[in-house]
Design a protein. Sequence first.
Length: 401
Amino acid sequence: MSDNIASTSTAIIEREHSVVFQTYRRIPVAIDHAIGARITDADGRSYLDMLGGIAVNALGHSHPRVFEAVEQQIRRYMHVSNVFYQEPQVRLAEQLVHASGYPRVFFANSGAEATDGALKIARRFGSARGRYDVIGFTGGFHGRTYAALSLMDKPLYKDGMGPFLPNTLVLPFNDVDALESRVDENTCAVMIEFLQGEGGIQSATQEFIDALFALKQQYGFLVIADEVQSGIGRTGDFFAFEKYGVRPDIITVAKAIGGGLPLGAIIATEEAAALLDKGMHGTTYGGNPVACVAGSVVVEEVCGDLMHHVREVGNYMFSQLELLHHEFPEQIREIRGRGCMQGVVLSTDAAPYVQELLTHGVIANATAGNVIRLVPPFVITNDDVDELVNALRTVMSVSRG
């Protein structure tokens, strides 16, 4: 490791501090390159990436098929707008229709944009029926736009930024009594993460989902499934909601779908999609052809053997983390999640543990205060899991000592 390389890394951080909005709590690593589940910094140090670009890099970094598809598309054209028909969009939409069983797709640039579009559909649905209330849940995260923030409860994201959208409210997650007492004939939509990411890898209970869909049957509102973080195979199913045996009206996806490029989508029933007429909703960049060809590779790989691998490596990771839980019961309360979306719930603040993991060459992050979030690329191996668990064991031992 040369002093010149080390000083270059430090210089990048210092330059960023002088010119960029200071809105991110960045990991103090300046990236040089990344391949598979490994990130190498400007000092030449390698890290095991258990964050995956915050659940984005499903196929890992620098996947050769993504590179090939992107390069070929760039040489044809990069952007022409949604004024034109584009085969890359059509192909990816066909793949999503086939994988999801839903008939219609709208492309956006991000999960937040998909949230906004889904809520516009919901309000269109409600306005024709004289109902306007949209419900979200505590612990939920749907993006940083005003529509998304209106359905979230975290003060850090909302303080001093109101007022938010009218006729929106946030109910306690997994609280059946609160749900049944507040949902009524004025409800036009409910938005829910079946497996919360920012909320600490917290799963909806079957009882809660059963109650929600019983109320849907009674009052006829729309259910919007936020699968931005949990979808596209991350849990071992294409969508997290599949485990519950229900069928939402609208699904929002992003993150993994773009293979590392900005891409989001709304997937919907024919009835929900028909609520938006020509010209009522749109985007200049959404469904960019370069992102769409990357997305086609992701869906093809995920729907091939990769989703099976996610289940297998996810089961192995859960079992090994459970052993660690039994080894350190005072520090670890619980292991949550499934597939490549798991959380180590601690009895104290998770941030210091995440910082210590970094010194042992493992990248993760803290969420919901006391949860170490693990959303790695789907291509991780059992050996990678062992490396993670060994690093966690070392960090837990030092903390306990």
